[in-house]
Design a protein around this ligand. Structure first.
Ligand code: SF4
Length: 480
């Protein structure tokens, strides 16, 4: 939680202001967004080839996740029993700190000096890399995006594209410095070269690490397996080469059966990258058996709560359906104006605006439920039908009820309430305000600098729809 407090010290508004002025970041984001949106659309269109359609699948996926959540304790016990029957160990962690402690303990017991990692957002929640490094164990991120942000000493800015905020030039300079070679001038056409370079470096780590750490996209109760969905193959190296494999994941990742997993897999890659299926889909069950060529001698699941269990049965339970596809942030105008680091914790975008206050506490993320335009693009693309705008709205209501909004905002709302109860005065003032805004817009229909609320025009122009109020226009139409 210390990390959360540090981030909170610099609030979302302040970070957002910085990100809007960051020209390099803005360039990187401008390029990325259309790609994500177009790929998802293409992926969803391809459902028709299998005689399927999005709404039907989404409803099925929602039901699967709801079924798990209504009896999560029972399904977790089934998973534990099946995983143990295949030789795995199952440990439980109340929070991120406990999860990190368990991983460090295992590493020390097993004499581990280096651990390769496949992307795991839970390990970010647990600040696992810092805990491993403090214990003298070297963590090496092997997902290309995660590897880049680790070299840069940064945090991921997107849950499926951790380095989306970086330009090719920045990555080239970083690799030249870290890999000890002269810098060259590269273009996006040379990305395969950079990937090859990273692969050559990572191969040495794959071969020498004693422990592999991965997350899990899903846990399958009926088989006690972890399902890993990747595009780079690093997940397979991390989970099969080292002698110890630790899976660290949240308790809500369960699905009942392989068939349910197959249903969700029709939606996850399409929502994330537009692919009908990811390059590598691995089902990891138990440990290496006699006659197996590879696989870990020890497989240990660490199932982490970190604030999830208390959401069960609450008005926010629906958030636990999230399958971490990233579609909500890929379609969010706020996310693509600021990038993920503005959100201040592990999860950015609309899902982060809901999840961060729920997992870290309302007071640690007061601005986030307000980081929305209310356009509902996030809700409409979510493959498990999480009503993200409604949940943000509810969090905002809770802030008001618990008097967590600034006094100036509360005063303004009180004044608004007083005015709204006096229609004649309200209409008179609204007319004056509409004329004033129209005068400020100076015939252009856009206000470029608005002195009363400078934040409204800090990053864009404020459009002015009309010099006449809604009431005036309505009355005129009735008369006509
Ligand atoms: S909230 Fe929905 S769209 Fe966003 S990451 Fe989760 S599952 Fe994907």
């Amino acid at each position: 939680m210390d990390r959360v407090r540090t981030w909170q010290a610099m609030r979302f508004h302040a970070r957002a202001g910085e990100k809007l002025k960051d020209v390099v970041l803005q360039g990187a984001l401008r390029k990325a967004r259309p790609l994500f949106v177009a790929k998802r659309r293409k992926g969803m269109d391809s459902l028709a080839e299998d005689g399927l359609e999005f709404e039907m699948l989404r409803s099925a996926a929602k039901n699967i996740k709801n079924r798990i959540l209504s009896d999560l304790d029972v399904w977790l016990e089934i998973f534990e029993e099946r995983a143990k029957a295949r030789g795995a160990e199952v440990l439980w962690a109340r929070d991120g700190a406990e999860a990190a402690r368990l991983v460090v303990d295992i590493a020390q017991r097993e004499g581990v000096t280096k651990a390769t990692k496949s992307k795991s957002m839970l390990s970010e929640e647990a600040d696992l890399n810092a805990a491993l490094a403090a214990a003298g164990i070297r963590p090496v991120e092997t997902d290309l995006g995660e590897y880049i942000v680790q070299l840069a000493g940064e945090k991921p800015s997107h849950i499926i594209a951790p380095a989306v905020h970086k330009t090719i030039g920045e990555v080239e300079a970083l690799f030249a410095k870290e890999h000890g070679r002269p810098i060259e001038t590269r273009t996006s056409a040379d990305i395969p070269d950079l990937a090859r370079e990273a692969r050559a470096v990572l191969r040495q780590h794959f071969l020498s690490a004693e422990m592999g750490i991965s997350g899990a996209n899903f846990l399958i109760a009926e088989t006690g397996s972890a399902a890993l969905v990747t595009n780079e193959g690093n997940g397979r190296m991390v989970t099969t080469l080292p002698r110890v494999h630790v899976v660290i994941t949240g308790i809500e990742k369960l699905v009942p059966t392989l068939e349910d997993f197959a249903t969700l897999m029709r939606l996850l890659p399409r929502s994330a990258t537009g692919q009908a299926i990811s390059n590598y889909v691995s089902l990891l069950t138990g440990t290496k058996r006699d006659g197996d060529h590879d696989g870990p001698e020890k497989t240990i699941f660490i199932l982490v709560d970190n604030g999830r269990a208390k959401l069960l049965g609450s008005p926010y339970e629906e958030m636990l359906r999230c399958i971490r596809c990233g579609a909500c942030m890929n379609h969010c105008p706020v996310y693509f104006s600021l990038g993920g680091h503005a959100y201040g914790w592990v999860y950015p975008g609309p899902m982060g605006s809901v999840l961060t206050p729920l997992l870290t506490g309302l007071d640690n993320a007061l601005d986030l439920p307000h980081a929305t335009t209310g356009c509902n693009q996030c809700g409409s693309v979510c493959p498990v039908d999480i009503p993200l705008p409604d949940l943000m709205h509810r969090l905002r209501e809770e802030q008001v009820v618990r008097r967590r909004r600034p006094w100036s905002e509360r005063l303004a709302l009180k004044a608004w309430g007083w005015l709204a109860a006096r229609p004649a005065l309200y209409r008179w003032l609204a007319r004056r305000a509409a004329r004033y805004l129209d005068w400020l817009a100076d015939g252009q229909g856009r206000i470029r600098v608005f002195g009363l609320l400078p934040e409204w025009t800090a990053g864009r122009d404020l459009p002015v729809s009309s010099a006449r109020t809604f009431h005036e226009q309505y009355s005129a139409r009735k008369r006509a």
